[in-house]
Design a protein around this ligand. Sequence first.
Ligand SMILES: [Fe+2]
Ligand SMILES: [Fe+2]
Length: 503
Amino acid sequence: MNVTKNADREPRGPETAEGHKGRSYREASIGLLSAAVFAVLFYLWGEELLPRAAGRLGGYFSFVGAVALTLAVALFLVEWFRFAGREVRKVRLAARDFLFLCTLSFILFFLAKGVVEVLPEVPSWNRAVPARLYVYLIPLPAFAMIVRVLLNSEVAILFTVAASVLSAAAASGRWPALLFLLLSGTAAASRSGRIQDRYRMLLAGVYTAPICAVGAIALELAFQGADGIWWAGLLAGINGLVAGPIALALLPVAEYVFGYASDIRLMELASTGHPLLHRLMLEAPGTFHHSVVVGTLAEAGAAAIHANPLLCRVAALFHDVGKVGKPQYFSENQAGTVNVHDILSPGMSRVVILSHVKEGLKLAQEYRLGDRVAEIIAQHHGTSLLYCFLDKAQSLIQERRASEETFRYPGPRPRTREAAIIMLADTAEAASRSLKNPTQGELEETVTRIVNRAYLDGQLNECDMTLRDLHAVEQAFIRVLSAVVHARVDYPESGRGPLGQVP
Ligand SMILES: [Fe+2]
Ligand SMILES: [Fe+2]
C-alpha cells in the first residue's frame, strides 16, 4: 500500500458562514471550559504553584489570584486556537475535539502530579533516585501519540506545547521539565504518523526512547551538573519505551468515548469478518461486490494523490451499507429479477433510494464505525441528481408536480478528498458496469464524463481537490477499471478453456 507522510487526517474543507459562526461559539466555549478547569486547578494548588503571589496578596490571594490566572490562561488558549484555527486549516476543531484535548490535558496534569509527588515517596526508590528526576516519567509522549493518531500532526504540536506547560506547572515549573516535555512530546508525535497496526505503535515508542534519554541527560547536565544524569537518561528512556503500550491501551477507550476511528481501527473494520460487512455480503451480495470494486478504485485514486488509501478502501466497503434492509431496490442486486421500480412511482422510488444514506448512518452509529467512515457515508452522493429516475419523472417535472431539485440527494457534498474520491469511484463503477464489453476508449470516455459531470455540478466545491488531483484520480480509475473489466473473459460455450481444460 502506498502510504505517504502527507496522508494525514484531512481538514474539514473550506469554511462557510455557518462554520465561522460555529467557530466563534467553539472559541467562547473553550474559553469558558478552560476558565473552569483552571479555576479548579488553582483552587487545589494555587499557593503551591504561585508561592510568591500567595505571600504578597495574603488573604486576597485565593480570589484575586484565581481570577487573574484563569483570565490569563483562558485568553491565551482562545487567542492561540483562534489564530491557529483561522490560519491553519487542519486546526479547525469540532467541539468534540476540544473536549477530547481538554480531557487528555486534565488527565495528564493529574498523572504528572502523581508521578512527581507519589513516586519519590516509595521507600526503596527515594534514596537512590533524586526526587527532581521523576519529571522525566511524565507520560506526555504517550498522549502526544494518541493525539497524532486520532487527529493530526498540527493539532499534536499544539497539544504538546499546551500540555507541556500544564504538566510542567504540575512539576513546579522547572525549566528542564518544560523543555523535556516539549522535546519528548514532539519526538513521540513525529514518529506516530500513519500507524496502521499495534506493532508500529510499539515501534514508535522504541524510536522515541533514545531521543528522550539523550534529551534528559543533556538537560540535567546543563541545569544541574553531572549528578544523577544516568538516572535521568534511564527514566526518560523508560518513558519513551512505555509510550507505545500506554497509547495502545488508551486508544480504544478514546475511540469508544469520543467516536474516533484510528487507522488501526480502520484495519479491523476492513476485515470481511466484521458483522456488518458479513450482513451486507449475505443480504445484498451485489452491493457487497460493488463496494469491493469501489474500494479498489478509491484506494488507487487516493494513492495517486497522496490522500489516505486505507480510509478510502474501508469507507468504500461501508458506503452503501444502508442498502441491507432493501437490497432489491438497487440495480446491483437485481440481476435476473424484475426491476421493482417499474411498478413504483418515481416519487416512491426516490424516497427508497435516498433513504439508504440515512440508514447507512444509523448502522454506522450502531456498529461504531467511527467519525471518518460515517462522514463519508453521509457525503458519498453529495447533492447529486438521481439521474436514473430523472427521465421517468420528466412528465411530473413538465406538469410542475415535481422539480428537478427534488430528485437530488440532500447532501452534504464531499468535504474531504477521500469522500470526493469515493463519490467519483462509486459513480464510475456503476457506469462501467452498465457497459457491455467496452473498449479502452469507451472506458476512458465514461470515466472522464463522470468526473466532469461531478465537477460541473459543483459536487467537488467543498473539498480540496485540485484539477491536477482530479486528473490523477481519473487516470488511476481508468487503470484499475481496464484491469477489472478486461479480466472478465467470457467462457466458451462448452465450458472448457482454449486448451481444452476448465480455466
Ligand atoms: Fe450510495
Ligand atoms: Fe455505491
